[in-house]
Write a protein that binds this ligand. Sequence first.
Ligand code: KIV
Length: 316
Amino acid sequence: MSVTAFSHTGHKITTASLRDHKLRHEPITCLTAYDYSAARIVDEAGIEMVLVGDSLAQTVLGYENTLSVTMDEMLHHVKAVRRGVKNALLMADMPFASYQIDPLDAVRNAARFVKEAGAEVVKIEGGEKRVDLIRRIINAEIPVAGHIGLTPQSVNVVGGYKVQGKDLSGIEQIRRDADALDRAGVSCLFLEGVPREVASIITAEVGTPTIGIGAGPDCDGQVLVFHDILNLTFGHSAKFVRRYGDAATLITAAVQAFRADVKSHQYPSDEESYHLPKETKASLDSLLANPPTRYSSWQVLPTRKVNGNGDHIAAD
Ligand code: KIV
């Protein structure tokens, strides 16, 4: 295996530069990443924000929803992503129950993401009801991203993943949530699963950049899940997901080709093998041809046989 060191130079994105993007009407891009290699690809492509989302519960760990993923699991992935990100702003999702129960624990957990894993921003789901907590975390010098609209950690309360803000009272609630988080000083505001019209109003009303997912094109930026854009999710995709590549087909073909090559003795080839130095080979050949009797181990071993399926069978 070979891993290459960083070679690119670029511009470090900060919470301040996000605001500049909004003021210049320059769209902000954000993708999730959960490991080192994905982080490098996303960062080196010039994506401004990398989010280690709790969506990794489903995409990487195979849980049914985001509720099961723990602080320790999240930290493990944030550390890996940190090692792959150079210029992008690195955000860590605070998992379910890491901030909802006790505000002191919440600040401690947020600090772990910064101190142990190198995150620059932590993301918290919920609107008005999270304002005091968000202020506490920001007071501890930890930038916070808000996340309102469809909040996956509320799946059991809401009874599913439902677009929010579809009637006038819903719209009013989302506007209040957005305004409260903006005043609390969030570095950006994720808007998930809200009608385009509502996201557009909020984007115009708040000073903080809005990052949409299923919220239409009028947000200040867009976020998608890495596995969604690459067809690595093994299931139905939401309406807003655009597939930019088919890694599942590519990886399946590569894995099947490897298997077939090994089974048919096509891999590895002689060129893909290491060889003895010439002198050692000559000495070895001569030893094998005339094994000294006291070195019984130099005697030629019986040839191993392979059946039609490529399985080893008993030697003669
Ligand atoms: O966990 C996640 O991937 C997210 C994005 C969908 C915003 O929160």
